[in-house]
Design a protein around this ligand. Structure first.
Ligand code: PMP
Length: 334
């Protein structure tokens, strides 16, 4: 019989999918690493299991303990999955820009959520960082994974995401492109790919970070943007800028347009930060030739964004042009 003994055994080993339509006019091969195929629906499952394993080993998390974390949703799902398997409780603190769909997913897994305002400084007592610090101090037996600084975040990508990409491209990957939130994905995966390709003929893998216009990684101050899960208003400890060769900044409008195109043209129903990363990857790929292999990591699925990016009314209400319409039945009848 072929089966997994626990849901957590299904984390990682996600496939690469070649992009065929949005790459029109590009001669390089562009491959998407489809992270929504993780059991919790995002790349964050990878860091959740590593962080909890390490906390148990270090005695920071004991039986019956509570996990408290500020998270835009995906890390929460990963942590909730692992926590329920091991008997821990979860409290997640979310900024109010996170959609209701995503909040409901967390409570469906049995977690508690606390919602805080987006438009306050990180050191404001109401910010999601401050509130989660306070809860972690006040709840007995609480453990705060702190994905922004926990070295097990980048380490999980160094040990899994990087080797998977190298293996699945037979060592032919030339560029790795990913959005930057905590910086864990780019730091861990990028470091592995740089090291393994260091002495390769033709040069090592180039590491490209993508962030929303206004975020610190591309020189901004943290001006609000609506794409979720990426960009920061401070420099997290999980991010090692020395791993990144180049940063590309992408607007919300371009991120959302590409997110819709990925669904309609590639059959990939993914989140807004995936559209953003894909815009960055295509910008890089446009400069490359037929021997180049660009891998772009798509962190999550699109179901958490159905009421937003995929909803014309929400798009217009937030000042975005809605995507060009699909034909109506009347159009089809001629
Ligand atoms: N996209 C989404 C939807 C995310 O939740 C995250 C994690 N915050 C990222 C991208 C960025 O990944 P990382 O934190 O590893 O930089």
């Amino acid at each position: 019989m072929k089966y997994a003994a626990a849901i957590t055994d299904l984390i990682g080993d996600t496939p690469l999918l070649r992009l065929n339509r949005v790459t029109e006019g590009i001669s390089a091969t562009v491959l998407a690493k489809v992270e929504y195929l993780n059991p919790g629906g995002s790349s964050k499952d990878r860091i959740a299991i590593r962080i909890i394993d390490a906390a148990e080993r270090d005695g920071l998390l004991k039986p019956g303990g509570t996990i408290v974390e500020p998270t835009s949703g995906n890390t929460g799902v990963g942590l909730a999955l692992v926590a329920q398997q091991r008997g821990y409780k979860c409290v997640f603190v979310l900024p109010d820009k996170v959609g209701e769909d995503k909040r409901n997913v967390l409570t469906a897994y049995g977690a508690e959520i606390v919602v805080t305002p987006t438009a306050v400084a990180p050191d404001d007592p109401e910010s999601y960082y401050s509130v989660s610090d306070r809860l972690a101090r006040e709840i007995p037996g609480a453990f705060k994974p702190n994905q922004y600084a926990n070295p097990n975040g980048p380490r999980s990508h160094y040990e899994t995401t990087g080797p998977e990409i190298w293996r699945d491209t037979d060592g032919r990957v030339t560029h790795f492109v990913t959005g930057v939130g905590t910086g864990g994905t780019i730091t861990g995966t990028g470091r592995y790919l740089r090291e393994i390709s260091a002495d390769r003929e033709g040069g090592r893998v180039q590491i490209v970070g993508v962030d929303p216009v206004g975020s610190v990684y591309s020189g901004g101050t943290g001006r609000p943007y609506l794409v979720e899960g990426v960009g920061e208003d401070f420099w997290p400890g999980a991010y090692d800028p020395s791993v990144t060769d180049r940063i590309v900044a992408v607007s919300d409008q371009d991120s959302f347009d590409m997110t819709v195109r990925l669904a309609r043209e590639e059959g990939l129903l993914v989140g807004g930060s995936c559209g953003m990363a894909a815009v960055g990857a295509l910008e890089v790929a446009r400069e490359l030739g037929p021997d180049d292999v660009v891998v772009v990591l798509l962190p999550d699925g699109g179901r958490g964004y159905l009421g937003k990016i995929f909803n014309d009314r929400w798009m217009r209400a937030h000042g975005f042009a809605a995507p060009a319409g699909t034909p109506t039945v009347r159009d089809l009848l001629g």
